[in-house]
Design a protein around this ligand. Structure first.
Ligand code: F6P
Length: 457
């Protein structure tokens, strides 16, 4: 193998460039050329195909900075229908014309589906990324818990394993998650002091789609209550809990996961859910929707009697952490393991893996270690890959907080997640006075100068 292609697909994360850096560092040792394909699968669906050399003369290009968030290759949610033979053949033809004999896709579950079709033609490996931490399994037999309704194709699930062993997890954690939690936890701490000073109830919405891992991790910011999608909203219990806390401390901070559902399984706030090009639901309005519920159930009287606010609507406010969770400098944990997984992906290609995934395992005895799995391990009996839900046991329903095992899950990831340089970078760089005089210099401008276009007839 002397030349491989690499792309970054799906929503960006802070650790993509770190993974690319790991790919290139290992490729340089093995004297393999790396072609970067721009904007995820989009590059392979268009003519001409935009690409750049990431390691000319086996040196990384200077724009490839592992401490810089996002992806210098760009990313997109361009969707490849793996059942559309014309589309797949077109992609294969383009990669063959580039003389690429292996492909690394840095992405999540959506990326894997397209990769499977390409795996029939050359070695392919997925290097995982997602801030949602929803790529992997809580335990090996998890895909067998899904049932498909043959009439309407809808999936339902019966959880069989109720008490899981953390050592059994497949892909314990995914690059991007730690930095997203870092941002969310800080967001919670910052909102807290406003809620405290103004005697308010703050509802902070975090990302994560159907999966509550991000909300769970935000516990590091010490919110009073956390709401995750794996446990439907228990309105009455929540309202009572808010009153109990507000009565004592005159402020409440609630973290709500964007994918939270009610008792009937309906997503809060998403009356007419739209979908992105890859078919993912676009979540919208969970925090606002919860605010409406609390305004109604707590009522103006409650806040007037407390002599704090004229109305419930004044007292309750919402904030989204939003895309700041996904952007910016990756913290040490993400940088280190993203880069390791990038290098591991190259080794897997050389071992001939087709449709393989480089994964990060963790055991209580050995700590973190890299491993390889076949992507089919994640598929249910009908071939579908489902996002990994946070295991229900990670959450204490009564306390609205991480459970004992949830805490055990988080500790290995976050105990040493922040490096001294992460802190030093803020100290030395944020208030650099040149920021006031120099315009922002986008890496895209330099990448454009390096971009080649493969013309196809
Ligand atoms: O999957 C990552 C994710 O950040 C989700 O947590 C979120 O729902 C979604 O992407 C947002 O996507 P977009 O950037 O397209 O708004």
């Amino acid at each position: 193998m002397n030349r491989i292609g690499v792309l970054t697909a799906g929503g960006d994360t802070p650790a993509l460039n770190a993974t690319l850096h790991g790919v290139v560092a290992r490729a340089n040792e093995l004297r393999i050329e790396v072609f970067g394909l721009l904007k995820g699968y989009h590059s392979l669906l268009t003519n001409p195909v935009p690409y750049l050399r990431l390691n000319p003369l086996f040196q990384p290009i200077p724009e490839l900075d592992p401490t810089y968030g996002g992806s210098i290759l760009g990313s997109s949610r361009a969707y490849v229908d793996s059942n559309d033979q014309n589309v797949v053949d077109g992609i294969v033809e383009r990669l063959e014309k580039l003389s690429v004999n292996g492909l690394i896709c840095i992405g999540g579950d959506g990326t894997l589906n397209a990769m499977a079709a390409l795996a029939e033609h050359f070695p392919t490996v997925l290097a995982p990324k997602t801030i949602d931490n929803d790529l992997g399994l809580n335990y090996r037999s998890e895909p067998t818990e899904w049932k498909k309704n043959q009439q309407n194709g809808a999936y339902s699930r019966t959880r069989i394993v109720n008490h899981m062993n953390l050592d059994d997890m497949i892909n314990y954690v995914t690059p991007g998650y730690a930095t997203a939690v870092f941002v969310s936890a800080q967001g919670v701490q910052r909102i807290r002091t406003t809620a405290e000073s103004h005697r308010r109830v703050a509802i902070i919405e975090v990302m994560g789609r159907q999966s509550g891992y991000l909300a769970l991790g935000s516990a590091y910011g010490q919110p009073d209550l956390i709401l995750v999608p794996e446990h439907p909203l228990r309105q009455e219990a929540l309202v009572q809990k808010i009153k109990d806390i507000y009565d004592v401390q005159k402020n409440v901070v609630i973290v709500i996961s964007e994918g939270i559902v009610d008792d009937a399984g309906t997503i809060l706030g998403n009356m007419n859910p739209t979908k992105d090009p890859s078919g993912n639901i676009v979540y919208n309005g969970a925090a606002e929707s919860l605010k409406q519920i609390l305004v109604r159930d707590l009522g103006d009287e409650y806040f007037i009697n407390q002599r704090e606010h004229d109305s419930a609507s004044d007292a309750i406010f919402t904030r989204k952490v939003g895309h700041t969770q996904r952007g910016g400098r990756p913290i040490l944990f993400d940088r280190f393991y993203a880069s390791q997984l990038g290098g591991k992906s190259i080794d897997m290609l050389l071992e001939g893996w087709r449709n393989g995934i480089a994964v990060l395992q963790h055991t209580s005895e050995e700590g973190f270690a890299l491993d390889s799995i076949d992507a089919n391990m994640l598929r249910d009996p009908w071939g579908e890959i489902h996002p990994r839900y946070m295991h229900a046991s990670f959450y204490d329903v009564g306390r609205f907080q991480p459970s004992e095992i949830g805490i055990q899950y988080l500790k290995p990831i976050f105990s040493n997640a922040i490096g001294a340089d992460d802190v030093e970078t803020i100290r030395s760089q944020l208030f650099d006075s040149s920021h006031l005089t120099q315009p922002y210099s986008s890496v895209n401008v330099d990448i454009r100068k390096r971009t080649h276009y493969l013309e196809l007839p």
